[in-house]
Design a protein around this ligand. Structure first.
Ligand SMILES: *[C@@H]1O[C@H](CO)[C@@H](O)[C@H](O)[C@H]1NC(C)=O
Length: 263
């Protein structure tokens, strides 16, 4: 490289005067415009439950070491008598009330204590200013300790709560007695699945969902705008599009999908 560089003709000096000035101005304009557009596509600031002017606190909440609150809901038998202490992690567009419904009789028979909580930023839990794969696992550990669940507990992750099970298996395995995933959302980019299986699953999505998932994976900063704009179809999950459901699921949805707490 060094000898060929020596043979190269000298680079002409950059144009100075009017031309350079115009270039700098357009660059400044471009940066301003980009900053303006970036601001436009940011999601609005979250409302903080219990803050002045914010929505009131109605849930039981526990305070984490960093000052954030997590709202929670307990059901089943008292934890002191429980054979299984289970923490339920909800999915997308859900909250602590979307916990698996276990009848009191079954809870009694099996000795189940069920703890459900609003994930950070959902329901009445404070948002985490710097959420990560690790932070949610540590939040769950702290929740369990604040509620005195003991050294070990079970986890159930539903839908997008399923991916949090992987976080917990990675970061707090010593606290887990068992983990279950219910209807988990898959990761199409996970190398552990054969690629034909990933592609097969990919094409089972509606095209609009392929786009929505593609954007959230490759352009995460565009996700909020993508799913709130009205120019073209965004995620059908967010839109509650019944086209997502199989015939069988559509029938079951009527029976089980109703959120009685929202009535
Ligand atoms: C993927 O390829 C394997 C091996 O060829 C095959 O057994 C399997 O059925 C394929 N799966 C899908 C979903 O196409």
């Amino acid at each position: 490289m060094a000898d060929s560089a020596g043979k190269r003709p000298p680079t002409p000096a950059p144009a100075s005067g009017g031309g350079g000035m115009a270039w700098k101005l357009s660059l400044a304009l471009f940066v301003l415009l980009a900053a303006f557009l970036y601001k436009q596509i940011q999601p609005p600031a979250p409302e903080i439950v219990g803050s002045p002017g914010g929505p009131p606190v109605t849930a039981s909440r526990t305070k984490l070491k960093d000052g954030r609150h997590l709202a929670y809901l307990e059901s089943g038998v008292p934890k002191e008598k429980a054979k299984y202490k289970i923490i339920f992690v909800h999915g997308f567009d859900s909250c602590r009330y979307d916990v698996l419904q276990v009848s009191p009789e079954l809870a009694q028979e099996l000795g189940i204590y069920l703890l459900s909580f609003d994930r950070p930023g959902y329901g009445e839990s404070d948002p985490d200013p710097a959420p990560s794969e690790k932070s949610i696992a540590l939040d769950i550990e702290e929740l369990a300790d604040n509620l005195q669940l003991g050294p070990k507990f079970h986890l159930i992750g539903f839908s997008m709560g399923g991916e949090i099970m992987w976080s917990c298996l990675k970061y707090i395995p010593h606290r887990l007695s068992g983990v279950a995933v219910l209807g988990p959302v898959g990761n199409y980019w996970w190398s552990g699945l054969p690629s034909n299986v990933s592609w097969d699953a990919w094409y089972q999505q509606l095209p609009r969902d392929q786009w929505a998932v593609w954007v959230s994976h490759h352009l995460p900063w565009l996700t909020y705008w993508w799913n709130t704009q009205k120019l073209f179809p965004a995620s059908s999950v967010i839109a509650y599009n019944p086209a997502l459901l199989s015939e069988e699921d559509a029938k079951l949805m009527e029976k089980f999908g109703m959120r009685t707490y929202m009535r």
